[in-house]
Design a protein around this ligand. Sequence first.
Ligand code: URA
Length: 423
Amino acid sequence: MHIPSLLAKKRDAHELDQNEIEWFIQHLHEIPNEQIGAFLMACQINGLSAQETTYLTKAMLEQGEQLPLQEGAIDKHSTGGVGDKMSIILAPALRACGAIVPMLAGRGLAHTGGTIDKLESIPGFNTGLSIEEMMQNPCFISRQTAEIAPTDSILYAIRDVTATVPCIGLITASILSKKAAEGIQSLVLDVKYGRAAFMQHSDDARELAQSMVRVGGELGIDVKAQLTQMDHPIGTLLGNSHEIVESIDCLKGKGPNDTMELVNAQANALGYDISEVIENGSALAEFKLMLERQGVDSSTAQELIDNPWSVLQRAPQQYTLQAEQSGYVADLDALAIGQVLCEAGAGRSTQDQDIDHGIGIEIHKHIGTKVEEGDAIITLDGPFGVDIHLIQRLKDSITISDYQVGVGSRILETVTISDCSTT
Ligand code: URA
């Protein structure tokens, strides 16, 4: 195949055929990064047709190993947010209801947190299971390895640095190629829109949701996609260790309402009601089992559940931002907060950067809450000497107004196969 001709075809907005897409993906390991980058940018600018998206997803899926299809296997995936810890709660809760949950999750991307980074704040937790380990385990959360959907790691790393993440066809292929490799029957997707999401507008999120539901259907997976608003942080604790602490609170039945609204809705979309397993402690017991099966020793797992901060890292310095006037909290800008967290060290600016799991944020006053001047609104747990500009940006993320704003549901709508055209 003559790569410049293939690139020119996509650059000029012509549709690539199955053979061209398959060849490109099969040879990805040998193709120089500049040509991969050019391919991705042409896809970003001209978009991928429904047919191209299906071919790309299947080609990426076929490059790696796949778990065998399992009766009752289900999963959830989110397009990425700030404070989005729902997978860590949902996986053990669904297992406690009897489901099989083979979950492949990702690391943080840009300002959004990643389930794998969060779980790696737990000492001993192994996020790199082999295919054999995955197959023996009825509920796991692992990262994608060189065995499963390996081409997604290559494309993803290049997309991250070439401004080609928010392309509907590329996101669909990235997510669905991984999910289809899990051998699942049903999948619920949390497709976020708003200022801290990759899709800014609900119309784009709907189009993405329809694309993923349609491709999922073609791969034999029953996919439902919930469009959820991502303007404000989810929950009270944000960051890696911090979100593990809040997930444990949720599994103990003490989670914030906005977080539990999303977890419950995701479980319902998969046909489960998790309220009983949270109430009777079996979801928490499954969480402990998941930790143990993924390498955490039993006493550490128990200690984590009883007293999470005795096991997890927490950054040493607290920077508390107070209300500068009395009134109501009218806005907490999730994009600004996510970016500050990332730049403070909870996320990465370059691919191989180490992160500090102990950096995080606690929100003391949520949107709609009445506050007096001087009340603590947000505390950043950070290293000593955090840049003053970061603290200022955190301060600017808070808006206090004289009027109380209402807080509604984050869930806009659910997209199912009947909402998707097949062309
Ligand atoms: N999550 C993924 O796994 N892939 C994307 O492209 C976006 C979010």
